[in-house]
Design a protein around this ligand. Structure first.
Ligand SMILES: [Zn+2]
Length: 310
């Protein structure tokens, strides 16, 4: 797997922030380096920050400039403390996502990953819910306008990914650029049934040739022990990953559909490693299915119950 990461994607820790997601790329990469997954991962840092003109594809000039210049209140409408370093990290995580999706489309047989979050609640004129800019929309529009590529997002974060839907009237060709924004409904077995049905529908569109690439973000806040989550037990959460990657691999035998992974949410102040462990197990399942590495099916990381004796 190609993992797109550079150190300047992460600002320093801001003690006042509820969300620790801005530093998650660094903490996730360090977690992977200590895991048995690392020998199968190639690090790529040859990408650049996104530019103002790219942000304007999905956002109003008033919002873009308020964030770039650090003007309150809009620059903190995402719920995160603004600093020049944070601004620069946001531009870099958006560039990271674009680079990872672009690379997967260039070499569809290679799985790519952008270890990023902070996109799927952003709106055209403001940030929201720890999300600053709609990185999915920006990358999707660039790939569609420059190369005619049409993408699908499989968003398994615990919260509905509204940024794509909220941008459809602002960006008229987004319906062509990202026709599918798959978010499962329900909890537990109902959630898994809904996911399987929606994945089957998506892959029918892949087979007929109307979707060119798939992005998957398995947010860890759809886990029942997450501070902001409730949908799935650990077993069900991993089963969701199995459903997604197993079904995609079934189609990839016929057609090498490009796949890019991202992280999205996950909040465990009591044990942040549980969030990283879930993301790592999801990544292992993606690699096991999409890169035919069956040994990685057995990879396990700790997911600690809240209040569990240390
Ligand atoms: Zn979330």
């Amino acid at each position: 797997m190609r993992l797109f990461y550079r150190h300047d994607m992460c600002p320093q820790d801001e003690p006042g922030n509820y969300s620790k997601s801005p530093t998650k790329p660094r903490r996730f990469v360090e977690f992977l380096q200590r895991s048995p997954l690392w020998p199968h991962i190639a690090l790529h840092d040859d990408f650049a920050a996104i530019r103002r003109e790219d942000l304007l594809l999905a956002h109003t000039p008033a919002y873009v400039d308020a964030f770039l210049d650090g003007e309150p209140p809009l620059c903190e409408s995402n719920g995160l403390r603004w600093s020049p370093a944070f601004r620069d990290s946001v531009l870099m995580t958006n560039g990271c996502l674009l680079a990872a999706i672009t690379a997967a489309n260039a070499e569809p047989q290679i799985l790519t990953m952008a270890p990023v979050s902070g996109f799927h609640h952003a709106q055209p004129a403001r940030g929201s819910g720890f999300c600053t800019f709609s990185g999915q929309v920006i990358a999707g529009l660039k790939l569609y306008r420059e190369r005619g590529l049409r993408g699908a997002w499989v968003d398994l974060d615990g919260h509905f990914g509204n940024s794509i839907e909220d941008s459809r009237s602002f960006c008229p060709d987004l319906d062509q650029a990202i026709p599918v924004n798959l978010n499962p409904n329900g909890q537990h077995q109902q959630y898994l049934r809904d996911l399987e049905q929606k994945m089957t529908d998506l892959l029918a569109r892949v087979a007929e040739g109307s979707i060119d690439y798939i992005c998957v973000a398995h947010g860890a806040d759809s886990h029942e022990w997450d501070q902001l989550g409730h949908q799935c037990t650990t077993e069900e959460w991993l089963r969701a990953s199995e459903i997604v990657y197993g079904l995609i691999q079934g189609v990839r035998k016929e057609r090498a559909i490009p796949v890019t992974l991202a992280l999205f949410g996950g909040y465990r102040d009591d044990h942040p490693e549980s969030v990283l462990g879930l993301h790592a197990m999801d990544t292992a399942l993606a690699m096991a299915h999409l890169e035919q590495r069956p040994a990685l099916l057995d990879y396990q990381a700790e997911v600690r119950a809240p209040g569990q004796f240390r």
